[in-house]
Design a protein around this ligand. Structure first.
Ligand code: ADP
Length: 267
Protein backbone atom coordinates (compact mmCIF):
# COMPACT_ATOMS: atom_id res chain seq x y z
CA UNK A 1 0.00 0.00 0.00
CA UNK A 2 1.30 3.45 -0.94
CA UNK A 3 0.21 6.89 0.23
CA UNK A 4 1.01 10.15 -1.52
CA UNK A 5 0.15 13.16 0.61
CA UNK A 6 0.21 16.87 -0.20
CA UNK A 7 -0.12 18.73 3.08
CA UNK A 8 -1.04 22.26 2.02
CA UNK A 9 -2.01 25.52 3.67
CA UNK A 10 -5.73 24.79 3.73
CA UNK A 11 -6.24 21.16 2.71
CA UNK A 12 -4.35 17.88 3.00
CA UNK A 13 -4.80 15.90 -0.22
CA UNK A 14 -4.20 12.14 -0.09
CA UNK A 15 -3.86 9.53 -2.83
CA UNK A 16 -3.79 5.88 -1.80
CA UNK A 17 -2.65 3.23 -4.28
CA UNK A 18 -3.48 -0.36 -3.54
CA UNK A 19 -3.83 -3.33 -5.93
CA UNK A 20 -3.48 -1.00 -8.93
CA UNK A 21 -6.39 1.09 -7.73
CA UNK A 22 -6.27 4.73 -6.74
CA UNK A 23 -8.33 6.35 -3.96
CA UNK A 24 -8.57 10.10 -3.39
CA UNK A 25 -9.42 11.83 -0.11
CA UNK A 26 -8.92 15.22 1.47
CA UNK A 27 -8.90 16.68 4.98
CA UNK A 28 -8.69 20.17 6.41
CA UNK A 29 -5.09 21.08 7.30
CA UNK A 30 -6.34 21.81 10.81
CA UNK A 31 -7.13 18.07 11.05
CA UNK A 32 -3.58 16.95 10.14
CA UNK A 33 -3.28 15.05 13.44
CA UNK A 34 -6.17 12.83 12.33
CA UNK A 35 -4.34 12.09 9.09
CA UNK A 36 -1.33 11.04 11.20
CA UNK A 37 -3.51 8.78 13.37
CA UNK A 38 -4.84 7.07 10.26
CA UNK A 39 -1.31 6.54 8.89
CA UNK A 40 -0.21 5.00 12.22
CA UNK A 41 -2.58 2.13 11.49
CA UNK A 42 -0.54 1.14 8.42
CA UNK A 43 3.08 1.06 9.69
CA UNK A 44 4.19 -1.05 6.71
CA UNK A 45 2.81 1.38 4.13
CA UNK A 46 5.13 3.38 1.87
CA UNK A 47 4.50 7.08 2.37
CA UNK A 48 5.49 10.02 0.15
CA UNK A 49 4.93 13.59 1.31
CA UNK A 50 5.04 17.06 -0.17
CA UNK A 51 3.67 20.54 0.61
CA UNK A 52 4.30 23.16 3.27
CA UNK A 53 3.18 20.96 6.16
CA UNK A 54 5.08 17.82 5.01
CA UNK A 55 7.84 18.09 7.60
CA UNK A 56 5.32 18.62 10.38
CA UNK A 57 3.33 15.56 9.24
CA UNK A 58 6.56 13.51 9.11
CA UNK A 59 7.14 14.38 12.79
CA UNK A 60 3.78 12.80 13.67
CA UNK A 61 4.04 9.47 11.80
CA UNK A 62 6.07 6.26 12.31
CA UNK A 63 6.95 5.74 8.62
CA UNK A 64 10.21 7.14 7.26
CA UNK A 65 8.53 9.04 4.43
CA UNK A 66 9.94 10.10 1.08
CA UNK A 67 9.69 13.89 0.60
CA UNK A 68 9.71 15.88 -2.61
CA UNK A 69 9.63 19.55 -3.51
CA UNK A 70 6.05 20.70 -4.03
CA UNK A 71 6.56 22.11 -7.55
CA UNK A 72 8.30 18.95 -8.78
CA UNK A 73 5.58 16.78 -7.26
CA UNK A 74 2.78 18.84 -8.78
CA UNK A 75 4.44 18.71 -12.20
CA UNK A 76 4.90 14.93 -11.98
CA UNK A 77 1.24 14.55 -11.00
CA UNK A 78 0.06 16.75 -13.87
CA UNK A 79 2.17 14.76 -16.36
CA UNK A 80 0.71 11.53 -14.97
CA UNK A 81 -2.86 12.83 -15.31
CA UNK A 82 -2.29 14.22 -18.83
CA UNK A 83 -0.97 10.84 -19.94
CA UNK A 84 -3.86 9.02 -18.28
CA UNK A 85 -6.43 11.30 -19.89
CA UNK A 86 -4.59 11.10 -23.23
CA UNK A 87 -4.16 14.83 -23.47
CA UNK A 88 -0.46 15.21 -24.32
CA UNK A 89 0.98 18.73 -24.06
CA UNK A 90 4.59 19.80 -24.58
CA UNK A 91 4.75 23.55 -24.08
CA UNK A 92 2.17 24.83 -21.61
CA UNK A 93 1.46 26.87 -18.52
CA UNK A 94 0.03 25.29 -15.41
CA UNK A 95 -1.68 27.38 -12.78
CA UNK A 96 -2.28 25.94 -9.34
CA UNK A 97 -5.07 27.87 -7.65
CA UNK A 98 -4.60 26.73 -4.06
CA UNK A 99 -4.69 28.94 -0.98
CA UNK A 100 -2.50 31.18 -3.11
CA UNK A 101 -1.77 30.85 -6.82
CA UNK A 102 1.42 29.56 -8.39
CA UNK A 103 2.12 29.68 -12.13
CA UNK A 104 4.60 27.48 -13.98
CA UNK A 105 5.89 27.02 -17.48
CA UNK A 106 6.48 23.52 -18.83
CA UNK A 107 8.68 22.69 -21.79
CA UNK A 108 8.68 18.94 -22.41
CA UNK A 109 10.06 17.34 -19.20
CA UNK A 110 11.06 20.56 -17.43
CA UNK A 111 9.02 23.01 -15.33
CA UNK A 112 10.00 26.41 -14.03
CA UNK A 113 8.02 28.76 -11.86
CA UNK A 114 6.83 31.69 -13.96
CA UNK A 115 5.08 33.71 -11.27
CA UNK A 116 2.14 33.80 -8.95
CA UNK A 117 -0.42 35.95 -7.24
CA UNK A 118 -1.87 36.24 -3.76
CA UNK A 119 -5.32 36.07 -5.34
CA UNK A 120 -6.50 32.49 -4.93
CA UNK A 121 -8.68 30.21 -2.85
CA UNK A 122 -7.61 31.84 0.42
CA UNK A 123 -8.75 35.19 -0.89
CA UNK A 124 -12.15 33.78 -1.87
CA UNK A 125 -12.54 32.48 1.68
CA UNK A 126 -11.17 35.55 3.48
CA UNK A 127 -12.79 38.24 1.35
CA UNK A 128 -15.97 36.14 1.23
CA UNK A 129 -16.07 36.10 5.02
CA UNK A 130 -15.41 39.84 5.34
CA UNK A 131 -18.20 40.61 2.89
CA UNK A 132 -20.83 38.16 4.15
CA UNK A 133 -19.73 36.42 7.36
CA UNK A 134 -19.86 33.05 5.60
CA UNK A 135 -17.14 30.57 6.61
CA UNK A 136 -18.34 27.33 5.03
CA UNK A 137 -16.64 26.85 1.65
CA UNK A 138 -19.43 24.84 0.07
CA UNK A 139 -22.13 27.32 1.10
CA UNK A 140 -19.92 30.16 -0.03
CA UNK A 141 -19.42 28.84 -3.57
CA UNK A 142 -23.05 27.76 -3.89
CA UNK A 143 -24.18 31.26 -2.98
CA UNK A 144 -21.59 32.87 -5.28
CA UNK A 145 -22.97 30.91 -8.23
CA UNK A 146 -26.40 32.49 -7.65
CA UNK A 147 -25.02 36.04 -7.56
CA UNK A 148 -24.85 38.74 -10.17
CA UNK A 149 -21.86 41.09 -10.20
CA UNK A 150 -23.24 43.43 -12.79
CA UNK A 151 -23.99 46.19 -10.27
CA UNK A 152 -20.63 45.72 -8.52
CA UNK A 153 -18.03 45.42 -11.29
CA UNK A 154 -17.42 48.23 -13.74
CA UNK A 155 -17.20 46.97 -17.31
CA UNK A 156 -15.56 48.72 -20.24
CA UNK A 157 -19.02 49.25 -21.80
CA UNK A 158 -20.22 51.09 -18.68
CA UNK A 159 -17.45 53.64 -19.15
CA UNK A 160 -18.00 54.06 -22.89
CA UNK A 161 -21.80 54.22 -22.50
CA UNK A 162 -22.70 52.96 -25.99
CA UNK A 163 -19.68 54.53 -27.70
CA UNK A 164 -17.37 52.28 -29.71
CA UNK A 165 -14.96 50.57 -27.28
CA UNK A 166 -11.26 50.01 -28.07
CA UNK A 167 -11.37 46.62 -26.29
CA UNK A 168 -14.37 44.28 -25.78
CA UNK A 169 -17.07 46.07 -23.78
CA UNK A 170 -17.76 42.98 -21.68
CA UNK A 171 -14.26 43.06 -20.15
CA UNK A 172 -14.06 44.14 -16.52
CA UNK A 173 -12.52 47.59 -16.30
CA UNK A 174 -12.52 47.72 -12.48
CA UNK A 175 -13.49 44.91 -10.13
CA UNK A 176 -15.86 46.40 -7.50
CA UNK A 177 -15.52 49.66 -9.46
CA UNK A 178 -19.26 50.13 -10.10
CA UNK A 179 -20.32 50.14 -6.46
CA UNK A 180 -20.15 53.90 -5.95
CA UNK A 181 -22.18 54.39 -9.15
CA UNK A 182 -24.98 52.03 -8.15
CA UNK A 183 -25.11 52.18 -4.35
CA UNK A 184 -28.01 54.63 -4.13
CA UNK A 185 -30.49 52.61 -6.14
CA UNK A 186 -29.54 48.94 -5.61
CA UNK A 187 -28.93 46.60 -2.70
CA UNK A 188 -26.22 44.01 -2.99
CA UNK A 189 -27.12 40.51 -1.84
CA UNK A 190 -24.55 38.22 -0.22
CA UNK A 191 -24.65 36.16 -3.41
CA UNK A 192 -23.78 39.25 -5.50
CA UNK A 193 -20.86 40.16 -3.22
CA UNK A 194 -19.51 36.61 -3.31
CA UNK A 195 -19.85 36.45 -7.09
CA UNK A 196 -17.75 39.62 -7.29
CA UNK A 197 -15.13 38.13 -4.94
CA UNK A 198 -14.90 34.98 -7.06
CA UNK A 199 -14.79 37.23 -10.14
CA UNK A 200 -11.79 39.28 -9.01
CA UNK A 201 -9.88 36.12 -8.09
CA UNK A 202 -10.73 34.36 -11.36
CA UNK A 203 -9.83 37.34 -13.50
CA UNK A 204 -6.58 38.03 -11.64
CA UNK A 205 -5.49 34.40 -11.84
CA UNK A 206 -6.29 34.32 -15.55
CA UNK A 207 -4.58 37.62 -16.32
CA UNK A 208 -1.33 36.50 -14.70
CA UNK A 209 -1.58 33.09 -16.39
CA UNK A 210 -2.09 34.41 -19.88
CA UNK A 211 0.78 36.85 -19.50
CA UNK A 212 2.96 33.84 -18.79
CA UNK A 213 1.41 31.93 -21.71
CA UNK A 214 2.19 34.82 -24.04
CA UNK A 215 5.75 35.16 -22.73
CA UNK A 216 6.47 31.48 -23.36
CA UNK A 217 4.44 31.14 -26.53
CA UNK A 218 2.21 28.49 -25.00
CA UNK A 219 -1.27 27.73 -26.31
CA UNK A 220 -2.66 25.92 -23.28
CA UNK A 221 -3.15 26.94 -19.67
CA UNK A 222 -3.77 23.93 -17.42
CA UNK A 223 -5.69 24.89 -14.28
CA UNK A 224 -5.61 22.82 -11.08
CA UNK A 225 -6.23 23.38 -7.35
CA UNK A 226 -8.99 22.80 -4.83
CA UNK A 227 -10.32 26.34 -5.32
CA UNK A 228 -12.24 24.99 -8.33
CA UNK A 229 -13.97 22.29 -6.25
CA UNK A 230 -17.72 22.69 -6.54
CA UNK A 231 -16.91 26.22 -7.68
CA UNK A 232 -18.46 26.32 -11.14
CA UNK A 233 -18.47 30.11 -11.13
CA UNK A 234 -14.68 30.31 -10.72
CA UNK A 235 -14.27 27.72 -13.46
CA UNK A 236 -16.58 29.62 -15.76
CA UNK A 237 -14.86 32.99 -15.15
CA UNK A 238 -11.42 31.48 -15.75
CA UNK A 239 -12.52 29.48 -18.78
CA UNK A 240 -14.35 32.36 -20.45
CA UNK A 241 -11.60 34.88 -19.79
CA UNK A 242 -8.80 32.56 -20.96
CA UNK A 243 -10.65 31.91 -24.23
CA UNK A 244 -11.49 35.59 -24.66
CA UNK A 245 -7.79 36.41 -24.43
CA UNK A 246 -6.97 33.85 -27.10
CA UNK A 247 -5.65 30.89 -25.11
CA UNK A 248 -6.96 27.40 -24.40
CA UNK A 249 -7.90 26.41 -20.85
CA UNK A 250 -7.74 22.80 -19.66
CA UNK A 251 -9.09 21.65 -16.30
CA UNK A 252 -7.71 18.33 -15.08
CA UNK A 253 -10.19 16.02 -13.39
CA UNK A 254 -8.89 15.40 -9.83
CA UNK A 255 -6.17 17.94 -10.65
CA UNK A 256 -6.13 19.13 -7.02
CA UNK A 257 -4.44 15.79 -6.22
CA UNK A 258 -1.51 16.46 -8.60
CA UNK A 259 0.96 17.12 -5.77
CA UNK A 260 -0.14 14.06 -3.81
CA UNK A 261 -0.05 11.79 -6.85
CA UNK A 262 3.23 13.29 -8.06
CA UNK A 263 5.14 12.75 -4.83
CA UNK A 264 3.89 9.14 -4.79
CA UNK A 265 5.13 8.64 -8.37
CA UNK A 266 8.51 10.24 -7.61
CA UNK A 267 9.09 7.87 -4.64
P1 ADP B 1 -3.39 24.28 -0.50
O1 ADP B 1 -2.45 23.20 -0.98
O2 ADP B 1 -2.77 25.63 -0.37
O3 ADP B 1 -4.17 23.85 0.70
P2 ADP B 1 -5.61 23.68 -2.33
O4 ADP B 1 -5.32 23.39 -3.76
O5 ADP B 1 -5.98 22.52 -1.49
O6 ADP B 1 -4.40 24.49 -1.72
O7 ADP B 1 -6.76 24.78 -2.31
C1 ADP B 1 -7.22 25.40 -1.12
C2 ADP B 1 -8.49 26.16 -1.45
O8 ADP B 1 -9.50 25.22 -1.84
C3 ADP B 1 -9.12 26.92 -0.31
O9 ADP B 1 -8.53 28.20 -0.16
C4 ADP B 1 -10.58 27.00 -0.75
O10 ADP B 1 -10.76 28.09 -1.61
C5 ADP B 1 -10.77 25.73 -1.55
N1 ADP B 1 -11.55 24.66 -0.90
C6 ADP B 1 -12.15 23.63 -1.57
N2 ADP B 1 -12.79 22.81 -0.74
C7 ADP B 1 -12.61 23.29 0.51
C8 ADP B 1 -13.04 22.87 1.80
N3 ADP B 1 -13.79 21.79 1.98
N4 ADP B 1 -12.65 23.61 2.86
C9 ADP B 1 -11.88 24.70 2.71
N5 ADP B 1 -11.46 25.15 1.51
C10 ADP B 1 -11.80 24.46 0.41
Amino acid sequence: MKFGIDAGGTLVKMVKEENNQRFYSKYLSTEIEEVAEMLKQFPEAEVALTGGKATYLQSLIPQEAFQSIEFDATFKGIQTFLKQYQHPLENYIFTNVGTGTSIHHVERDKQERAGGTGAGGGMIQGLGYLLTGETDFERLVTLAAQGDRDNIDLKVKHIYKGDKTPIPGELTAANFGRVLHTKDHVTYSDADKLAAAVGVVGETVTTVSIHAAREFNAEYVVYIGSSFLGNDLLKEVVMRYTVLRGFRPYFIENGEYSGALGTLKLM
